[in-house]
Write a protein that binds this ligand. Sequence first.
Ligand code: ZN
Length: 93
Amino acid sequence: MNKSFILNKSGHTMSEEESRFCPYCGIELQHPYWEHVQKKHPDKYSAKETWIKLYEDYRKLGMDEDISLTVISELFNATTEEIKSFLKSKNAF
Ligand SMILES: [Zn+2]
């Protein structure tokens, strides 16, 4: 996975102000981020199992737990609590 999707154009790691990129096709996302995933990657959007892979990828890239959960919540229009409890149920958190 290319690291660029969590970086902005100046190469800094993301914050609330910075760009987000689709983890599947790499395009820069507009608010609300989940709308793109829902429209363009409906198979990913509808399968909670994709959260596990994304979470593992983000953690491997050095993102902390809270940021990883926040990014996933924005991509899938879910709450961080929902994601955390799902990951816990799969022993992935
Ligand atoms: Zn995409």
